[in-house]
Every structure is written in structure tokens, then in C-alpha cells.
Design a protein around this ligand. Structure first.
Ligand SMILES: N[C@@H](CCC[C@H](N)C(=O)O)C(=O)O
Length: 289
């Protein structure tokens, strides 16, 4: 099967975007993995699929697959690219679009400067929703929140890390670092991700607080490894920093791929994510069966 696609990126988090509003390709996990493969396919951290709305109050449905072929709940940088894609393809002329994800309803707003703001809904702190199994673990209170000590078996060495937990519709564990440049993202990231307390895995954020409105962030993503930026990861890190008493309500997040702006007024207020969304190229590719 030969399919058209668009390659996009948002702050360096890159995507293959598929239009299934008219044709449903019915791709298998192996075919999603092929599209994401940087040597044999197109190359991407995630595959985003635009599908028709499933109810009259939505404009579209939004389906996300990680590079490993697994379907996931949410992708913040992807949501901005989704907005830029549906306008560019002529699927809508609206500046504000409502999309249904696996577990959330997102409002996407195009800004006059071309950036996109995503209303990500409120963060969810229920451990069962992450999900996180706290059996046998004792939380430490810090600010208005808790940090969870996790024991990691690191090549026979028992390492303890402290993580703040938040769901943005997908699961995040956030650690504080003095310097993200030297943070052990590639060693600790997979260890935290595979920790038994996270039965469905987790995205692992490494946050350096510069001042009350600026952080630096690296994220080891579930199903994709370290990416140049993670939108939901940026939201989770800022929410964690605010709850820990370290950050103000609007924060610029510097990632290896660019800057994202996150705003959250606390409580049940939605988290707003603003950043770029860029088309790289269009193409067609023959998929293996
Ligand atoms: N890059 C994304 C997050 C994609 C999903 C994530 N890897 C997961 O498995 O939850 C973003 O910008 O939010």
C-alpha cells in the first residue's frame, strides 16, 4: 500500500502526519514502526492521524502512535502540528478547532504569529489514573505536593530517585536536576520508565529550574526515547514546579528543540501550551505488508 504523508515538527519533536478523514488505512503496529524508523521509513517520534469527528460538537478525532507502534493518549507538540496540518490541507478554515483524543477534548487555537495554543485540560493527580502503584512506598511532602522515592536497580547498584507525578492525560514522572546538560537522561530515563510502580510505563522529565518563570527540560519519552521536546512533558514539569512552590503561573520551557510557553493558574484550571508547529515536507511512501 502506498500512502501520502506530511512530515512536521514542533520544537524538534517530529511527526509523520496522516490524513484519514476520507480513507482509513488500518495500519498495523509494525507499519507505524516502519513509518517512524529513521533508516528504513520516514523517521518520527510519533505518528499523528487525523480522523473524522465522532460527535457533532467536535471538529476531528486525533490518534497518536509512539515510534514503537503503540497507541497513546496524548501528545502536546503533536496537537499544535495537528492544528497547522488541518488548516494547510484545507480540512478546516477555522482558527479554533476542537479535537477528541483517546481520553481528552482539546481546544486548539491558532495565534496571529502562527504559533498554536493548546488547552490541554486540567492536570490529574490521582495516582490510580497515571497509573502508579504506591504499594510499600512512602511519599515525602514538599511545597503543596509530594515526591515519591523510587528504588532503581542500576546494574546491581541500588539508586533512589525522587519523582513528582502528574497525568496530563498521559503519565509523567518529573525529577529536579541541577544541570540538565549533565543529567543521566539515557540511563535513568529507561530505569524509571520500567520501574514496576508504573504498569503502563511513564514519560520521565529532567527539569532544571533557572528562575520562577524559566526552566530547562529534557524528557525521556515512553515509546520514543529522548526527544528534542515533549509538550505534555513541559506541561507536567511546570505543573510539578508550581505545586512544589518553585515556579510562577507562566513559565518558558527551554528544550533542545526550542521554547514552549506553559501557563497554569492551579487547581482545575486548564494547562495552556503555546509553541511552534512547522511543516518539513510532504511525501508518499510504500508500506510493507
Ligand atoms: N511527544 C509528546 C508525547 C507523546 C506520547 C508519549 N511518548 C507517551 O507515551 O505518553 C508530547 O509532545 O506531548
Amino acid at each position: 500500500m502506498r500512502i501520502p504523508f506530511t512530515k512536521m515538527q514542533g520544537a524538534g519533536n517530529d511527526f509523520v502526519v496522516l490524513d484519514e478523514t476520507r480513507t482509513h488505512y488500518g495500519l498495523s503496529p509494525a507499519q507505524y514502526r516502519f513509518l517512524a524508523d529513521r533508516h528504513f521509513g520516514v523517521g518520527a517520534d510519533q505518528i499523528l492521524t487525523v480522523r473524522p469527528a465522532t460527535s457533532p460538537d467536535m471538529d476531528f478525532s486525533y490518534v497518536i502512535h509512539n515510534a514503537d507502534g503503540g497507541q497513546v493518549e496524548h501528545c502536546g507538540n503533536g496537537a499544535r502540528c495537528f492544528m497547522a496540518f488541518v488548516r494547510r490541507q484545507g480540512l478546516t478554515a477555522k482558527d479554533q478547532v476542537t479535537v477528541q483524543t483517546m481520553n481528552r477534548v482539546l481546544q486548539l487555537q491558532r495565534q496571529p504569529d502562527g504559533r498554536v495554543t493548546v488547552d490541554m485540560e486540567a492536570p490529574d493527580f490521582a495516582l490510580a489514573h497515571l497509573p502508579f502503584d504506591a504499594t510499600g512506598l512512602q511519599a515525602e511532602s514538599s511545597g503543596s505536593w509530594q515526591k515519591w522515592p523510587l528504588a532503581l536497580d542500576n546494574q546491581g547498584l541500588n539508586t533512589i530517585v525522587k519523582v513528582a507525578l502528574v497525568s496530563m492525560g498521559n503519565p509523567h514522572a518529573v525529577m529536579l536536576m541541577d544541570d540538565v546538560d549533565t543529567a543521566p537522561v539515557l540511563t535513568l530515563g529507561p530505569l524509571v520508565q520500567q520501574q514496576g510502580a508504573f504498569p503502563r510505563g511513564v514519560n520521565v522529565g529532567f527539569m532544571q529550574v533557572q528562575d520562577r518563570s524559566h526552566i530547562r527540560l529534557r524528557v525521556y519519552e515512553r515509546g520514543a526515547g529522548e526527544t528534542l521536546a515533549c509538550g505534555t512533558g513541559a506541561c507536567a514539569a511546570v505543573v510539578a514546579g508550581i505545586r512544589l512552590g518553585l515556579l510562577d503561573a507562566t513559565v518558558d520551557v527551554a528544550t533542545h528543540g526550542g521554547t514552549l510557553t506553559i501557563a497554569w493558574q492551579g487547581g482545575s484550571a486548564p494547562v495552556l501550551l503555546t509553541g511552534p508547529a512547522t511543516v518539513v515536507f510532504d511525501g508518499e511512501i510504500e508500506l510493507p505488508n
